[in-house]
Design a binder for this molecule. Structure first.
Ligand SMILES: *Cc1c(COP(=O)(O)O)cnc(C)c1O
Length: 405
């Protein structure tokens, strides 16, 4: 498995280092016995959905864990973001980073709200709070912050800006379940925060998400809105949506929550192994998590400086894929460069230099309970070997017309 000559690389002549594909975001699976017991109870009770006992239990446990007053479980994070935007009565323009998963932007645009993209701070990958005020117009109604990689954005600065300009402030905390900011759990900030429990996240309910808030009125409104706006059996008070979580999804959540700390421990172990194995490879740096806060360590994020590695990020990526290491380039090229926001959109054509630069440098590596520390050593050995032979490997890949996947 150890690569000793260039021809050992699978992209040239060799055998893939891994017989099976290693994915980013392969799901963590909760306690199987617990899950199956819940499923039997669900079938026996015929309580399948509509705010059933397992959804209520999951909401209570998450609210307790976060230390927030309200948790409203929903069918997914995107619908939860849309519902919060709606409940906050946002309109016209809302500020968001472009360096995020596309759903952050879509959740606004889908409601007829223009996402106004702000650049990021390259040191944190989060929205650059120094660049926000220049983007505020009389039409701005809110700010949607994102805790990219589970590292909280500069919440204090955002709170100040929102207060000064009388804007609503909420957070896409899809990455930040079980993370803290200045000692306080994510879920307690702004008007509301939204988690995603999609299969690829640290903690999943197959599909799912939740709104967490300390605002009683907002929580009440969101509860009604996610259930078609029903205030009583035959009484509709709002335009609502079907944003409910089912009992099966909640069962998966409860069986995962039981061993969430094990998932985090595995992620931390993996993170430390990556750090150790990648140390000293020129041109390769890995983002770090603040050990003084609670972190979920769910994203292994590398930056590739190709002036130093002499192999481009895209060729390194293709080299890894050939070895069955399916690294990813989240969130290249940035939301503002994707078709719906690059064409026929009121702010098409904006330039966000840091977002664009980071998008070209970034690689996300596999972690989670599906990845062993031996896998990680093997993955890092390929990276190290590719960089050691950067100039020559590049030359050969260029000759073969291999310029990225
Ligand atoms: C996963 C994710 C979402 C969407 O959540 P879903 O539950 O898949 O709808 C939104 N924002 C970010 C940053 C995400 O990573």
């Amino acid at each position: 498995m150890i690569k000793t000559t260039l021809n050992d690389l699978a992209i040239l002549d060799g055998t893939p280092a891994f017989p099976e594909r290693l994915h980013v975001g392969r799901p963590n699976i909760g306690n199987r016995e617990t899950f199956l017991r819940y499923i039997n109870n669900i079938l026996d009770s015929r309580l399948l959905t509509n705010n059933g006992p397992l959804v209520q239990e999951l909401e209570k446990r998450i609210a307790d864990m976060v230390g927030a007053k309200h948790c409203i479980a929903m069918c997914n994070g995107t619908t939860a973001l849309e519902t919060v935007g709606r409940a906050l009565e946002l309109k016209d323009e809302v500020l968001v980073p472009s360096f995020t998963f596309i759903a952050t932007a879509h959740s606004l645009q889908w409601q007829g709200i223009t996402p106004v993209f702000c650049d990021i701070d390259p040191a944190t990958h989060n929205i650059d709070t120094k660049k926000i005020e220049a983007l505020i117009t009389p039409r701005t109604t809110g700010i949607l912050g994102v805790h990219v990689w589970g590292r909280p954005c500069d919440i204090e600065a955002l709170v100040e800006i929102a207060k000064k300009h009388r804007l609503k402030l909420f957070f896409d905390a899809a990455h930040a379940f079980s993370c803290s900011y200045k000692g306080r759990m994510i879920g307690n900030f702004g008007d509301a925060e939204v988690f995603s429990f999609h299969a690829t996240k640290i903690f999943n309910t197959f599909e799912g998400g939740a709104v967490v808030t300390n605002n009683d009125d907002l929580a009440k409104k969101i509860r009604l809105m996610k259930n078609f706006g029903f205030m009583g059996y035959d009484n509709v008070g709002y335009i609502g949506i079907n944003g409910k979580m089912s009992e099966v999804h909640a069962a998966m959540g409860l069986s995962g929550l039981e061993i969430l700390n094990d998932f985090i421990a595995v992620n931390k172990r993996n993170y430390e192994r990556y750090r150790q194995e990648l140390k000293g490879i020129p041109g390769i740096s890995m983002i770090s998590y603040n050990e003084r806060e609670k972190c979920n360590y769910h994203y292994i994020v590398l930056e590739i400086d190709d002036a130093v590695t002499h192999i481009s990020r895209d060729r390194l990526l293709e080299t890894l894929w050939a070895e069955n290491v399916l690294a990813r380039c989240y969130f290249y090229p940035g939301c503002h460069k994707q078709v719906p926001y690059a064409f026929g959109y009121s702010r098409a054509g904006i330039k966000l230099s840091e977002t664009e630069r980071l998008g070209q440098r970034i690689l996300i590596f596999p972690t989670g309970t599906a990845i062993s520390t031996d896998d990680i050593s093997g993955i890092c050995q390929i990276v190290k070997f590719a960089v050691e032979h950067g100039p020559e490997l590049s030359k050969r890949l260029i000759a073969l017309g291999r310029n990225g996947i």
